[in-house]
Design a protein around this ligand. Structure first.
Ligand SMILES: *Cc1c(COP(=O)(O)O)cnc(C)c1O
Length: 369
């Protein structure tokens, strides 16, 4: 179905250079240099390569069109999150982090923020709606949470947290700019691990921060420029190539994930399935309002550790690997990382393979349990 706002945004991102002179390359050049010709008094955007690079610029502009907001890129998702912390927080501040979000974010706060006098508290994503935000300089939301796939209402939480004087940031990795629009829902900033679906080819670590508030994004950009947390031009070039197919890949992944979630529910070897697109998900109505598609991750609980490992090992078209959002379907048992899930919980990251072949493969592996 046509959605003019969404479609226009995707088309603009694909055609971002606009009219170009005869002979111009259709794709952005990969520029490898440490410095630019700079006689006399320093002038212009391109002076030294820790500050700017034309390949980053091409990617920044394409991402900015997808986000409808200026973007600063980073060499990984964690580098983007760290830039928000170090760029915006000072000693004496307090931050609120998801208890069930990406675990390295919590480790960063524990190991490096707390000793510098930035305190943090944890809250479960499903409990955010009832939480008070008094006293927090920064509230970070990650919805859907991972791997439990609980949801928070970004619009409601942002409004209350901002009224309490907090900056609101959303980790939008799972849904990408095409699946969820945190800035339109009132968040001040978003971070994204483009390592996942945004690049989508499981070959690059990357991240970005987007914000429509210039003072916030300037602080994040200054952190990058001064601390040197800069992306490599080749990685930026690859991510640019990746986002050209983001719409196709993400639409396929979300559609297939819904089909698989529905079919998995009906298999005798499956104890339970969690997916925001299922009518039985506790926040399904919120998911319908807040998300476009329901994401590429399906949580499947099998009888126990042996069943889960047997299932993963029995599939031909499902790779045993961590991470998610790549075009190859992959799966892993999350209890191996200490997540608060049953031993038999499998996180299935649905890729771009034809869904019929994928289901056939998954079904035969489940049948064999
Ligand atoms: C993977 C991930 C990150 C970290 O990204 P890296 O590129 O591995 O540093 C942050 N947040 C979420 C939600 C992630 O899934």
């Amino acid at each position: 179905m046509e959605d003019s706002d969404h479609d226009q945004r995707v088309a603009r991102a694909l055609h971002h250079p606009g009219a170009q002179p005869t002979g111009a390359p259709l794709t952005p050049p990969l520029v490898l240099t440490t410095a630019y010709v700079l006689p006399g008094d320093p002038a212009g955007d391109y002076q030294y390569a820790r500050w700017a690079n034309p390949t980053w610029t091409a990617l920044d502009e394409a991402l900015a069109r997808l986000e409808d907001a200026p973007v600063v890129t980073f060499p990984s998702g964690m580098a983007a999150i760290a830039a928000v912390f170090y760029g915006l927080l000072k000693t004496g501040d307090r931050v609120l982090l998801p208890a069930d979000g990406y675990y390295t974010t919590r480790i960063l706060a524990e190991r490096f923020l707390a000793p510098m006098g930035v305190a943090f508290d944890l809250v479960a994503t499903a409990a955010l709606d009832a939480r008070s935000f008094d006293g927090y300089r920064l509230v970070l939301i990650e919805t859907p949470s991972n791997p439990a796939l609980d949801l928070a209402d970004i619009r409601a939480v942002s409004a209350r947290a901002k009224a309490a004087g907090s900056i609101v940031a959303v980790d939008n990795t799972m849904m990408t700019p095409l699946g969820q629009r945190p800035l339109d829902l009132g968040a001040d900033l978003l971070v994204s691990a483009d390592t996942k679906a945004v690049n989508g080819h499981s070959d690059v670590l990357f991240g970005h921060v987007a914000s429509r508030e210039a003072t916030l994004l300037d602080a994040v950009r200054d952190w990058r420029r001064i601390a040197g947390s800069i992306p490599g031009p080749f990685e930026a070039w690859l991510v640019h190539r990746g986002i050209e197919t983001l719409e196709l890949r993400f639409a396929r992944m979300c559609e297939s994930a819904l089909v698989l979630a529905q079919r998995l529910q009906g298999h005798r070897a499956v104890r339970s399935v969690v997916y925001p697109g299922l009518a039985g998900h506790p926040a399904h109505q919120l998911a319908r309002r807040q998300m476009r598609g329901y994401g590429s991750i399906v949580g499947v609980t099998l009888a126990g550790k042996a069943a889960a490992e047997g299932f993963i090992g029995g599939c031909r078209f499902v790779r045993a690997a961590t991470s998610f959002g790549g075009l190859h379907t992959s799966a892993e048992r999350r209890a191996r990382w200490g997540d608060q899930v049953p031993e038999g919980f499998v996180r299935l990251s649905v890729g771009c393979e034809p869904v019929g072949a994928l289901w056939h493969d998954i079904e035969q592996a489940l049948d064999a349990l």
